[in-house]
Design a protein around this ligand. Structure first.
Ligand code: HGA
Length: 610
């Protein structure tokens, strides 16, 4: 959350910053600002801020604004309302020291009082503003030294970028808990919260770790720890290109990402299936066969959509590999003083690999001796680096705030892991081959589900004015019902509840009326009849039914007011084909209601604050 960009070099700085912010906008979009430095006889900084999206900031940008270094920020407010005064960058009293910040300074009240006593007058309500004032209190002509001294006082999380009007071309950055990446160009340098902001200019990056500080000019960088000890850091090359973060003819990133799923799922399993032995190859787990054989329980830490992927994974692991498994909400687990058993293997699932709740929960269980594997999309992210091993899902950049393709790739990772574990236990080669064939057929299944686009759009048009929805499923489709409801809430702002269909009669059925549609996920497995009974219960009370079911299910078709068919398959794999119609349904409802699909209100991608 919150996006930071810094640039120093010969190009038009304001343009680079604005472009970078547009790419980072999915991280936060309630207000934005930039500071650009000009190297004249009397160097000066120009600061422009605006409430609203980057487009609003762009409108305020003077024609002639230019400079050779600067920083920018797109905000998702945590402390202080959405106002221009609270938008970043923030400055010290002289206006010469300028800071952008991602994170939360937890001791900001104490620091405010301390600085106030020294005569500092604050201009904003943010926690961030203490940082430039603190730096100013130590400044004696060297920005790096002053930043290092100021950092000693800060408690909480931060990724910061800082400039001084009198030190042209120099940017100092520091990281503790919020991502920060250095981009190394030819005669130019970048600093940003994520790679998307600079991939148009360089593919050479350095990932900063917590506790590291970087000092850049257009042709140099030095990285130290907070005690000025020099660090020798590796420069990584990123392999994906600009096209991966463009809309490529689609109206929204979300639509593009939904339609990319046959490819992204195929990528997630590419090179990881051993057809000969009907098992999976997951080199990144860093666990021996013996260690894997000793796993008696799996626990999965995640939040939001990733939690739904983890929950689906837990059902599958239990069913197919006969390993007890449980998905845990990261924000709950961390403060529950969790019991870490010796024979448990832990997973942490996070698209960005930066989700604060999941990261802190992971650290907590690692502290208690757990081995934690990461399932992440973003290569080099904090969770990917700090976990004990894991699986990259290779979805490619996911820009829409509502996750779609990362979800199905996370599912793929769990299906691969289940295959591996099951084959080490009770699953026969023959059964393994059947499972493998089904897994390899998933991209095609998803393609078939996507072909229902127009039909789903028509259904969305019919129902999108409803105020409340219920999403209902049983067994492995229960987490998919939760995911469907979450998608609808996130982007259309329609209230939706996901429930286990069997749980309806224990309370939620009281909500049923002709105004409250229920979306049912109907498998053709051992739960089919039970689910059909649940549909009848709703129907008897006048509730409209939209059913996502299997081709040829005449019973479900006859009962439902609207039916979306997916091809018949091994029922364990329906989570893939059934989540796709729910993604499309949410997308078309949001579109019909004129919502901001890619950047829904109050949300941001990559939740890097608790
Ligand atoms: N605390 C700062 C930065 C917010 C942030 O990082 N959000 O993700 C503020 O409220 O401005």
């Amino acid at each position: 959350m919150c996006g930071i960009i810094g640039y120093t070099g010969p190009r038009k700085t304001a343009k680079i910053l604005l472009e970078g912010l547009r790419r980072l906008e999915y991280r936060g979009y309630d207000s934005a600002g930039i500071a650009v430095g000009r190297e004249n006889a009397e160097p000066r900084l120009e600061i422009i801020k605006s409430v609203g999206k980057i487009a609003e900031l762009a409108k305020k940008m003077p024609e002639d604004i230019d400079g050779s270094w600067g920083i920018g920020h797109t905000r998702w407010a945590t402390h202080g309302g959405v106002t221009e005064a609270n938008a970043h960058p923030h400055t010290d009293m002289s206006g010469k020291i300028v800071v952008v910040h991602n994170g939360i300074i937890e001791n900001h009240k104490t620091l405010r009082t301390m600085l106030g006593k020294k005569g500092v007058v604050f201009k904003s309500e943010t926690d961030t503003e203490v940082i430039p004032h603190l730096i100013a209190s130590y400044y004696e002509g060297d920005l790096l030294k002053a930043v290092l001294a100021a950092l000693q006082h800060l408690e909480g999380t931060y990724g910061i970028a800082c400039i001084h009007a009198n030190e042209p071309g120099r940017i100092v950055g520091a990281r503790n808990g919020s991502p920060l990446i250095v981009g190394v160009g030819n005669d130019e340098m970048f600093l940003a919260s994520d790679i998307t902001a600079m991939v148009a200019y360089t593919n050479r990056v350095i990932y900063l770790n917590d506790g590291e500080v970087v000092d850049i000019t257009r042709d140099s960088y030095t990285i130290t720890d907070r005690h000025s000890n020099m660090l020798d850091k590796q420069v990584d090359e990123i392999t994906w290109e600009l096209g991966a973060i463009e809309k490529s003819g689609f109206m929204h990133y979300m639509e593009k990402e939904i339609f990319e799923q046959p490819d992204s799922i195929a990528r997630a399993m590419s090179g990881r299936i051993d057809e000969e032995n009907a098992t999976a190859k997951l080199g990144g787990l860093n666990l021996s066969r013996r260690q894997l054989a000793d796993v008696h329980r799996v626990r999965i830490i995640a939040a939001g959509t990733s939690w739904h992927a983890g929950m689906t994974g837990s059902y599958l692991l239990e069913q197919a590999a006969r390993i007890p498994a449980q998905a845990e909400l990261a924000s709950e687990l961390r403060y529950r003083n969790p019991v870490v058993e010796n024979d448990s293997l832990w997973f942490v699932v996070s698209q960005s690999g930066e989700t604060a709740d999941s990261l802190y929960a992971m650290r907590e269980v690692q502290r208690k001796g757990a081995t934690v594997l990461g399932i992440c999309n973003v290569v080099g992210s904090t969770i990917a680096r700090e976990s004990d091993g894991g699986v990259y899902v290779h979805s490619g950049p996911e820009i829409a705030v509502a996750s779609t393709k990362a979800f199905t790739s996370q599912l793929t990772a769990f299906y691969l892991f289940t295959l591996l574990m099951a084959r080490m236990r009770d699953m026969s080669r023959e059964e393994g081959q059947k499972f493998t064939r089904s897994l390899l057929a998933v991209p095609e299944m998803v393609r078939d589900a996507l072909a229902q686009r127009d039909h789903i759009q028509a259904i969305a048009k019919k129902y999108c004015r409803a105020k409340d929805f219920l999403y209902l499923g049983r067994g492995i489709l229960y987490p998919i019902a939760l995911e469907g409801a979450l998608k609808l809430k996130e982007i259309s702002y329609i209230h939706a509840e996901g429930y286990s269909a069997g749980e309806m009669k224990h309370g939620p059925i009281a909500l049923i009326s002709p105004e409250v549609p229920s979306v049912f996920l109907v498998s053709d497995d051992y739960l089919h009849e039970k689910t059909i009974s649940n549909i009848r219960e709703i129907k008897a009370r006048g509730g409209p039914i939209i059913a996502v079911g299997v081709e040829g299910d005449t019973e479900a078709m006859a009962l439902a007011d609207d039916f979306i068919a997916v091809p018949k398959a091994d029922p364990r794999f329906y989570p893939f084909s059934m989540v796709v119609p729910l993604q499309l349904f949410a997308y078309f409802c949001a579109l019909e209601l004129g919502r901001d699909v890619d950047q829904p209100r109050n949300l941001a991608k990559s939740v890097t604050v608790e």
